[in-house]
Design a protein around this ligand. Structure first.
Ligand code: SF4
Ligand code: SF4
Length: 456
């Protein structure tokens, strides 16, 4: 078989996918990438209504080409054509891929587990190889590097949020919607604040855990990182921080790079991350992350980057904060006395990040919330909030993003105007704040409030 292109991601795990399946219909070009696409058997189950997550762009528009299967049909047609190179930039296919929010709903809900979020990464990387990525793609994809190498960027974002002229300019030059508030990075990062905080010597024999402070927690929501560290300490753990070597910028998982199709840059970030995390994993420590998209990129997406044993070793130790605590509670290894929290006499409303749902982490979240005395809570049955990384602030996507939020999440939150909202995803929080002017908290924030300071 002649390959029309060399895949940027490692699709070798799909080597046998679809073979022997009467419906497989593996496209002519694309090698193992084509096999990953061919996992779809065109059952059109994803074009039926009434499911909770899959697929937000189809649910909002009703257009079949914007369903997971619709995207597969367009991709197959391109990979089967005599000119797959040019067919990749076909306008209908480009629009269909552009409006995939990368929520991974299909990976969990499609009967064959089509992973369109990763297929989109490969698709974008192929497009970038043919045409250099736009400035916005490079800025948002390499957000972490820009924030730390160009200190002015932090000020620019704040000025932009307070100036209609700058917001207008940002829309014209970069394609950032002028009607959306852009999350503001803070001056003091979480890691800087943790460095300055006094640290008591751990109790002899206390269990060890490694806390990963991701880009969003570090630069935008440092309080959540501080809360997580405190909660873990109060629960009796010796907390190690995953830190970049001195004089290097902070670690980044590479998720924003992947979402923008910047695969080589994601690989560079992933290598830096693995170099730091691998010794923690080798020491048998659990690696605990707060932002679902970031921790799950390390656990699930690094397998596509061809990074060898270190990636597998780190992935086997990586857990979301709620997964770690749920396991520790089940194993009776967690000593975290909890007391009731303020709820405004209404159930706490819980919104799951799409990747958290796709990874099956909501049951862990439920288990941890049940440990808080007297807490009543409700999981909001909703699809993607429409924030989806940077999707919701991009000029051409902002309206569709808000329509996704309005399809279930926002009406549910409006129905309980005084209720507190829990959302572990940073982009979900930003979408809720911008759309409803309501703040939401992370599980770590809630547990800090609920845990007994005397036990620290
Ligand atoms: S993406 Fe999944 S649910 Fe949709 S048509 Fe393909 S196999 Fe069926
Ligand atoms: S990743 Fe989400 S938006 Fe993209 S096809 Fe799958 S369900 Fe639809």
């Amino acid at each position: 078989m002649t390959l029309a292109f060399e895949p940027f991601l490692d699709w070798s795990s799909y080597r046998d996918a679809g073979l022997g399946d009467a419906y497989a219909d593996v496209p002519r070009y694309g090698g193992n990438f084509a096999r990953a696409v061919a996992v779809c058997i065109n059952s059109r189950q994803c074009e039926t209504r009434g499911k909770g997550v899959m697929c937000p762009s189809y649910r909002v528009t009703g257009r079949t080409e914007l369903s997971t299967g619709g995207r597969v049909r367009l991709l197959k047609a391109a990979l089967n054509s005599d000119t797959p190179d040019t067919r990749l930039s076909d306008a209908v296919l480009a629009e269909a891929m552009d409006l995939c929010v990368g929520c991974k709903g299909c990976k969990r809900e499609c009967e064959n587990g089509v992973d369109m979020a990763m297929i989109k990464v490969e698709y974008l990387a192929q497009c970038h190889a043919r045409q250099a990525p736009a400035l916005r793609t490079r800025l948002l994809g390499e957000l972490s590097r820009h924030l730390h190498q160009h200190p002015l960027a932090r000020h620019l974002i704040r000025w932009r949020n307070r100036s209609t002229v700058l917001a207008w300019l940002g829309e014209r030059v970069l394609g950032i919607s002028r009607v959306r508030r852009v999350p503001e990075p803070l001056e003091d990062t979480c890691l800087q604040r943790l460095e300055m905080a006094p640290s008591a010597a751990p109790d002899a024999g206390s269990r060890e855990v490694t806390l990963l402070i991701d880009t969003f927690t570090n630069d935008f929501a440092p309080e959540t990182g501080l809360a997580a560290e405190q909660v873990l300490k109060r629960a009796g753990y010796q907390v190690h921080l995953a830190r970049a070597p001195a004089n290097e910028r902070p670690l980044c998982c590479g998720r924003t790079h992947l979402a923008n199709g910047l695969v080589e840059q994601a690989r560079t970030e992933a290598r830096r991350m693995l170099e730091v995390l691998q010794p923690h994993a080798a020491a048998g420590r659990r690696i605990v992350g707060l932002e679902p998209a970031c921790l799950l990129a390390i656990r699930d997406d690094y397998a596509f980057l061809g990074l060898g044993e270190a990636a597998a070793e780190v992935a086997s130790q990586a857990l979301l904060f709620e997964e770690f605590l749920a396991r520790e509670i089940s194993g009776k290894r967690c000593n975290l006395p909890l007391r009731p929290v303020a709820t405004n006499a209404q159930p706490l409303l819980v919104h799951g990040h799409c990747h958290q749902k796709a990874a099956g982490a909501m049951k862990s979240l439920r288990k941890v919330l049940r440990a808080i005395p007297e807490l009543e809570f409700e999981f909001v049955e909703s699809s993607c909030c429409g924030g989806a990384g940077s999707f919701g602030i991009e000029k051409e996507h902002a309206l569709l993003g808000m329509q996704m939020a309005e399809s279930a999440l926002f009406p549910a939150l409006r129905a309980r105007p005084g209720a507190r909202v829990l959302a572990n995803g940073f982009s979900c929080k930003s979408q809720i704040l911008d759309g409803l002017q309501r703040h939401s908290i992370h599980l770590a924030d809630l547990l800090l409030e609920s845990s007994d300071p005397e036990s620290a």
